[in-house]
Design a protein around this ligand. Sequence first.
Ligand code: FRU
Length: 484
Amino acid sequence: MNDPNGPFFHKGVYHLFYQYNPVAPEWGNMSWGHATSTDLLHWHEQDVALPFSATKDIFSGTVVVDTHNTSGLGTPDNPPLVALYTSVFKQGAPRAPGVQAQSLAYSLDDGRTWKPCQKDPVLTLSPDSLHFRDPGVFWYAPGGYWVMTTVVANAPVVKLYKSSNLTDWTFLSDFGPAGFVRSGMLWEMPSLFPLPLDGNPAQQKWVLMLGVNPWGIAGGSGSLYFVGSFDGTTFRPEGLPPKGSDPAAHDWLDHGADHYAAIPFAGLPDNTPLTIGWMGNWDYAAQVPTSPWKGQMTLPMDMALRTIDGRPQLCLEPDRHYMALVAARPALSFDGLQLSSGRHLLPDRARGQVMDIDMSMHMHGADRAGIFVRATADGRIGTSIAYDMKKHVLVIDRSHSGLTDFSPKFSQEHIVNMPAPTGEVSLHVIVDRNSVEVLSRNGSVVITDLVFPPADADRIMAFSENGMTEFRHMKITLLDRDQE
Ligand code: FRU
């Protein structure tokens, strides 16, 4: 799998579609796979929802719940689910091979089966484009119409359209190129959504989230966002860093290598904005040493917009189902550990491949301190999560994380600027069989990285360099499946 497609909540069930090859564990024959869940943690694979065919591949897109049957494809009693996706035409199709355009399919049985719309495609670019894709659709309540964001990936430009029936679309405006752009950079998977600033509904801002590839902050593909306003026609970003600024001056959803194509869920009852991303990177996605699958998703995360360092920042937090799963398990506490230069292996009872770590450390003179996760007892293997007091950065180093040589592009160190003037650093770390997700500073700092350690790398080690660190709080909750 790669991108998440059309995630939505409907009648108590979360649905997730995804870019999927039904015939091989490699990219190709793109189709929409389908999985459902009631808790966003345990997923059930369903039949392929939108299969590739002789005349087209099915690229990314959105599903909306057409509650008022604006499309007329259902009935007021049984409103349709409507998928907008990108068709990539092949030899023998009515359009030239490689042309990309937006198509529609709908379901009248809660997402089990999907029918194509008679009008196909529903939106084309003129002249035809090989890079026109990834429709993100939402209901714009103030205007009473649907809005679609798409990209001309290689321009790179986001194009906005509107519609009253999801089938006939009219152009609204272009956004971009803007912000951090480099030659050859593609924009993909745009989404536009409102969020209250600091929880205040009177202070609503709009967020435009995008995948960029290459030139992501950690190399290869990465996720950028812009904060601004949307008046129903045009998105206007606020507070863009000056042209030519350092990439780090721009707003990244994640500073790790493996968080791409993130999009919001539709149809959530309380409008709690929830997102999920592909945990991968186009630099090495085809080479990752997993079998018999390739590709995985991030944990679903709640999104919030918070004023941090004087500007609105998009913040992530694992959603409440995950937090409840953690809270329901017994936690191990290792509070108050003091280390003066050196390493400390946590005891056997803290062993596991899957765990939640909630910790804060206070550096009293140490230059660097942190933890190794998925480590072996001899310390030869491990992913290091460290704060550097001299450089004021949080660093994930996966150079000794296990298998790393499957691709020369598997980047090693991921660094994010993060002030910690008092030497106090809090981290929420979610460790899984093939991944490490690190959150800090109220979720405004996120690092998501794939790692490929051996199964016996199941230890945690705390370390402090050139001085004292007090690990004031360290709560570990083991989440391996056999604990269920
Ligand atoms: C992003 C992307 C999309 C496209 C899909 C194809 O990862 O390249 O732009 O729709 O993947 O699988």
